[in-house]
Design a protein around this ligand. Sequence first.
Ligand SMILES: Cc1ncc(C[n+]2csc(CCOP(=O)(O)OP(=O)(O)O)c2C)c(N)n1
Ligand SMILES: [Mg+2]
Length: 456
Amino acid sequence: PSAGLEVCVSPQRVDYMFGIVGVPVIEVAMAAQAAGIRYVGMRNEQAACYAASVIGYLTGRVVSCCPPPPVALADHGAITEAVSVLKAAKRPIVIVGKGAAHGRAENALREFVEMAGLPFLPTPMGKGVLPDDHANCVAAARSRALLQADVVLLLGARLNWILHFGLPPRFDPDVKFIQVDLCPEEMGNNVRPCVALLGDINAVVTQLLECVRKEGWNYPTETEWWSTLKDKITANAKISKALAVQSALPMNYYTVFHHVSQLLPRDCIIVSEGANTMDIGRTMLNNYLPRHRLDAGTFGTMGVGLGFAIAAAVVERTENKGRRVVCVEGDSAFGFSGMEVETMCRYNLPVVIIVVNNNGIYSGVDPGTWREMAKMGDLTSIAPPVSLLPEARYDEIMTAFGGRGFLVRTVEELHSSLQLSLSDWERPSLLNVLIDPSSDRKQQVTVSRQEYTVRL
Ligand SMILES: Cc1ncc(C[n+]2csc(CCOP(=O)(O)OP(=O)(O)O)c2C)c(N)n1
Ligand SMILES: [Mg+2]
């Protein structure tokens, strides 16, 4: 049936192809296999696209197998100007975006941040470019750092919803941005930068580093800004810790992530999606290595997680570095591509899925309330449109296909099931962690509307 079909992949090496199982791509898949390509057949084209989209990011192969593309440097004058803006800053921060991860800027960036003595915070997928436990990381004072910074060095990050569009009430109305990006179309989106550095992130950071080194400048360690940030980090850590050590059942998000973080290996690849699950998980689960976090990203698209995890697990199988892929999913997010569990089982991909199950989207209701509601009338008229079926057995989806499934209600169950899952390299696991359906995030700080209007 595949007569006459040949897959031509030269001169760029293609190692993986993601598609659907069966028609209408049977012949293409067979020809790809015959050409030495691994064909990963998934249950939905959408999930296959998500998987394919992160392969280059994880492996950098597209970059390394072709003739190296030219590296774009920023204008020399603009570099000097950027450094003089940084030198004049009272409350500077560096924001490390996904672009820095993609541009493999980790070494230059570490040297720059350490030499210049600047506080930094990562965007979700910028996590790990520098380790989350680095002394200059102020992620635990994120809201405060964004709100009070007077100069932001933006490295390969979009001023989109994740960064609150760079605008009040989450930023100071007078904040200055030094924007570094490879894409000209990203320059000036939402906020006009005071200096725009167009170029390869790694190259531009190296230029900044050289300039700072030549001028012998660094941001002092004893400043009011550092004290403010450090005090806030301590205060926030206290709040998170207090939530994390609560022993009441059902557990809250912070308790779950606190215990998960104790068991995860430092080099694990963390995939995450959901609303509260992704937001709180980002603050509680550290990354220590670049390109080891994949999440719903710029568009917050639910359904990407399982595809990303499959891609990461397939890459890991080839590269054999002994890294675990851990996929932290909200119960709603999991549902978008849940059938890909079968794909994981079919290929024996040892992904560990943790479903943080709050019976819904942001919040849900408990089984008793749900039963009462059902008695009151037709649930389509009564049920809150954020609710999913309480205590749904997502773990049984995994066991249905031969993987390990765990229903988790307590800290002890969480520890034992996660330990067991992390020691099994033969098949995937799913921990269905039932949490308090009304568990929520702690409060974020903003400029009040009145204060903002007065300052404008
Ligand atoms: C494709 C798509 N559809 C809908 C949404 C809207 N949306 C944002 S978060 C979310 C789910 C959040 O619930 P869950 O994953 O259970 O996380 P929780 O906040 O409950 O922890 C949805 C449906 C989206 N982001 N993407
Ligand atoms: Mg949920």
